[in-house]
Write a new protein. Structure first.
Length: 400
């Protein structure tokens, strides 16, 4: 190769990518191909619990039915009408009164976040978030050029008084939360605080994005109504959901329930992104919802995941160093832990990987100053026995 070719300048990347870090969770997923590693890193559903027969039958019904060719054609941006009707019925049953025309089907709820950022955020706009919060949401907002501002949280989620102060001080474009079985902490915001948050944000005229991928995975206690179900929420609360946790993440199907004032803009953003979500996957999901006892399937997930949560939480006193603290979630997929003192869990991860066990260091989940002594553990992927094996390895790492 000539020196002239080697000296050519490298074309520049877009400035919007500067400061947007790669997700450590995505990088740790590469460990799935490494034999022997027990990973508590990714928030992965258990593949042995997928309804493989039901999903296979749904695709067969679509591809061998009278509308098979339509399922392979371009389709409406808003999404398959039958699928939207079934999602609307499930949301309504959870207290979020919803019609077909309130919904946009997306390629996973992660795309819904991207559409929200496209439609609602100008460069420099402020987004208020829990601290810590879902790290892919931080990536999404940063990529949109927003300034992400953390709001103090406690064991019940975002603090309403701190939120009110931040609303006055920052004049944000939107507030983003995962109020039910939060990622990464596993915490759930109680009913009264939800009502207060809806009232405060309505009074300030700010959008609220409620990300709810885990809401149906409850293992203890009674259900708590989504933010979108509360009085006063209809005009400013957007509700995001996903098939990834109750069906299968490989379907890449989610939904966005939004007020009529913003849904047209979100639809245009969707058109610009990908025209529409996979027609055949939507059709198969609609058949799966129609022909499967979804409630019985979700009950099986809850039963299995409850045992896995219990196996992890009950073992942690013997695994983590004395003086550690951790959450005991009522549902979802995650336990959030803090080690005593000020260790850097990113350094501990290197030692853990040498012992063929993995977790996610907590620093990446913070929009503000990170607490590097924190870590996230996912309990859904492995059986209780394998969780025990992995935690035994982790105990050895912490003992040093």
């Amino acid at each position: 190769m000539s020196s002239a070719v080697l000296s050519q300048p490298v074309p520049a990347l877009a400035q919007r990518l500067s400061g947007v870090a790669s997700s450590p969770v995505r990088e740790l997923l590469a460990l799935l191909d490494r034999p022997g590693v027990i990973s508590f890193a990714g928030g992965l559903p258990a593949p042995e619990l997928f309804d493989l027969d039901g999903v296979r039958a749904a695709y067969d019904r679509v591809l061998w039915g009278p509308n098979a060719r339509r399922a392979l054609q371009y389709a409406a941006t808003e999404g398959d009408r039958d699928l939207r009707a079934r999602v609307a019925a499930r949301l309504t049953a959870r207290g979020v009164l919803t019609t077909v025309d309130d919904l946009l089907i997306t390629s996973g709820s992660q795309q819904a976040l991207t559409l929200v950022a496209t439609a609602l955020l100008d460069p420099g706009a402020v987004v208020l978030v829990e601290d810590p919060t879902y790290l892919a949401a931080l990536q999404c907002f940063q990529l949109a050029g927003a300034r992400v501002v953390p709001v103090p949280t406690d064991e019940k989620g975002m603090d309403p008084a701190a939120l009110a102060d931040a609303l006055r001080r920052e004049q944000p474009a939107l507030v983003y939360l995962v109020p039910t079985f939060a990622n990464p902490t596993g915490r759930t915001m109680p009913e009264q605080r939800r009502a207060e948050l809806v009232e405060i944000t309505a009074r300030h005229g700010v959008w609220v994005v409620e990300d709810d991928p885990y809401g149906e995975l409850r293992y203890r206690g009674g259900p708590v109504a989504p933010l979108a179900a509360h009085p006063g929420a209809d005009g400013h609360v957007l509700h995001l959901g996903s098939f990834s946790k109750i069906a299968a993440p490989g379907l890449r199907l989610g939904w966005l329930r939004a007020p009529s004032s913003v849904l047209p803009a979100l639809t245009v953003a969707k058109q610009a992104a990908d025209l529409h979500t996979s027609t055949i996957d939507q059709a198969a999901a609609a058949v799966w919802l129609a022909e499967t006892d979804v409630e019985a399937h979700v009950l099986r997930l809850r039963s299995a995941y409850r045992q896995r949560r219990d196996a992890m939480v009950q073992a942690l006193p013997e695994v983590l160093p004395p003086g550690s603290s951790w959450t005991d979630p009522d549902g979802g997929m995650f336990v959030w832990a803090r080690l005593p003192g000020n260790p850097d869990t990113a350094e501990l991860l290197r030692r853990a990987l040498s012992a063929d066990v993995a977790f996610v260091p907590g620093a990446a989940f913070y929009a503000g100053t990170p607490d590097r002594a924190t870590l996230r553990l996912s309990f859904t992927t492995h059986t209780p026995e394998r969780i025990g094996d992995g935690l035994a390895r982790l105990a050895g790492v912490f003992r040093g």
